[in-house]
Design a protein around this ligand. Structure first.
Ligand code: 5AD
Ligand code: SF4
Length: 518
């Protein structure tokens, strides 16, 4: 990044206390004042330029940084979605390349990063209480560096709150510049004052960032970044920038490499994977094509998330219906079953077109598992409109759903809407909906009793070390007893008992190779 770009994209400030301290000391802090003070701007982040995206294959950790972490440890706390979890893997990769070692012990870690989620207010509250909890740690071990990154850092209100009330934080950086972690750390070590570097606009797609993956059985593969859908309630298009697809060959190479390393499952990630490829000029290649190419790679299971119902194509349905390694599980967020609410949400589909899509999917893939996301208590949602969400749920019979009470996000169009729905009514609607979710989840689970399923065995159960657990192709959690040597393998399990959210079974045998059963 050149100096000009830096001026316009970064904030690098000292607070009043530090300015005074800087004046008293003889050290030269002046360089920390030379950048324009520019808080992350949601207004800037909203703009979508026409410039084509550039790919950078030349990322390198400069020689001078390579020993920065020698003898030091790091810990990253991750909140939110799989995208964040994957960013944590990249930050872990960069920190390891700098010589830091991972630790689970927050009390001894030399660098603590909080990778944050901004999707709802309660997610943000959790983060603030976490940062608050770290105040005593910073007092006891002032040399510990505490960093806040991820989606919350992209919001000016959050940055201001941290500057004002959380002086224990040493670094704030955003989602667009995690590759600058070495420089940000260096500045934090040198400055002994809060370093804030947030880019409001996305930069290039950087291809060869190091990663330390969380496991060696399942892996996440980003296929695109950002979102241009601008659903009226959602902060993501502001915090994650415009849609940028990775080049097909880069994704395919990564998946091939994961297959060679013995990974059993990959999940292709994007805020709306259906838009894949549309932003690359002259590329006539979409998610259907990518799925088809990936289905030829020798990796047992391929998932993808998240799909927007608006641009789910017939081609995608065909490719998933062909089976192979693409699992028959589609997460298809509906958000509401009422046309008026969908319209105000800016979802660009109707109840009828959603149901038509579901029918086409069910016809082509009879054994498909559909799951969804739903928001209740949208501004001014009436009891009748909520009823339509319930009736849509009955029609589709989703196997599971993530349900949320609408949360107002600053800067989004919905935040300006007046809302006449009291919070306790919203809570009540959520409870009613969750009962339905539980009912259909139990119904879907009960159908497994007596059946034999393929389970990717991931490890021992959280509750009982003598029990192994893993997931079916359709993402059902299965617990069973088997030798620990089965961990990392796809095994056959006969289901004895179905619970609401998990299955108990008897181990039969290891499969040679997972064949996705449709
Ligand atoms: N309030 C409540 N839920 C939200 N989601 C996104 N933004 C909000 C918000 N402001 C939910 C949607 C989305 C999921 C990832 O989070 O259901 O699909
Ligand atoms: Fe948010 Fe809508 Fe984009 Fe999903 S598609 S990330 S809900 S704006």
């Amino acid at each position: 990044m050149n100096e000009e770009q830096r001026k316009h994209t970064s904030i690098n400030i000292l607070d009043e206390r530090d300015k005074k301290a800087a004046k008293k000391e003889t050290k030269d802090y002046s360089k920390y004042f030379e950048h324009v003070y520019q808080p992350p701007s949601l207004k800037e982040a909203k703009k979508r330029g026409k410039e084509t995206i550039k790919y950078n294959d030349d990322f390198q950790i400069e020689e001078k940084y390579r020993n920065m972490g020698k003898g030091k440890t790091f810990l990253i706390k991750t909140y939110g979605c799989q995208m964040n979890a994957h960013d944590t893997e990249v930050m872990g990769g960069i920190l390891s390349a700098l010589g830091f070692e991972a630790t689970d012990d927050i009390n001894t870690a030399d660098v603590i990063l909080i990778n944050t989620c901004a999707i709802r207010e309660n997610a943000e509250n959790k983060v603030f209480s976490e940062i608050g909890n770290l105040k005593h740690l910073k007092k006891e071990r002032p040399e510990t560096l505490i960093g806040v990154c991820g989606c919350m850092s992209q919001e000016e209100s959050v940055v201001n709150k941290i500057l004002k009330s959380y002086q224990n934080v040493d670094m704030i950086f955003g989602t667009h510049n995690i590759h600058r972690l070495p420089q940000i750390l260096e500045e934090a070590y040198l400055a002994k004052a809060m370093v804030v570097e947030v880019w409001s606009k996305e930069g290039d797609v950087i291809e060869n960032l190091p990663k330390v993956r969380a496991g060696n059985i399942k892996a996440w593969v980003n296929i695109m970044y950002g979102c241009d859908k601008f659903c009226t309630y959602c902060i993501v298009p502001f915090t994650r920038g415009k849609e940028r697809s990775r080049r097909p060959e880069d994704i395919i190479d990564e998946v091939r490499d994961l297959a060679r390393q013995g990974y059993q499952e990959i999940t292709l990630l994007g805020q709306n994977v259906n838009s894949y490829g549309k932003d690359i000029d002259g590329l006539d290649y979409g998610l259907g094509d990518l799925l088809e190419d990936i289905s030829k790679i020798d990796i047992p299971r391929v998932r993808f998330t998240t799909s927007h119902p608006w641009d789910f194509t017939d081609r995608m349905i065909d490719v998933i219906a062909n089976g192979g390694n693409i699992v028959p599980h589609i997460h298809l967020p509906v958000q509401s079953g009422n046309n008026q609410v969908l319209k105000i949400m800016g979802r660009k589909y109707t109840r009828e077109s959603y149901l038509a899509l579901v029918n086409s999917i069910k016809e082509a893939i009879p054994n498909v598992a559909l799951t969804t996301d739903i928001i209740v208590g949208y501004p001014n949602e009436t009891a009748e409109q909520f009823e339509e969400t319930l009736s849509l749920y009955d029609e589709v019979e989703f196997e599971h759903a993530y349900t949320y009470i609408y949360s107002q996000r600053d800067g989004t169009p919905a935040a300006k809407m007046k809302d006449n729905v009291p919070q306790d009514v919203k809570k009540e609607r959520l409870q009613i909906l969750n009962k339905k979710v539980g009912y259909y989840s139990e119904k879907a689970m009960s159908q497994y009793e007596g059946a034999t399923v393929n389970v990717l065995c991931e490890g021992t159960s959280k509750k009982d070390d003598t029990v192994l657990s893993g997931y079916t192709e359709k993402n059902k959690l299965v617990n069973f007893k088997a030798p620990k040597s089965m961990i990392g393998k796809i095994v056959k399990v006969k289901i004895d008992e179905a619970k609401q959210y998990s299955l108990n079974g008897t181990f039969i045998e290891e499969t040679n190779k997972a064949v996705v059963t449709h």
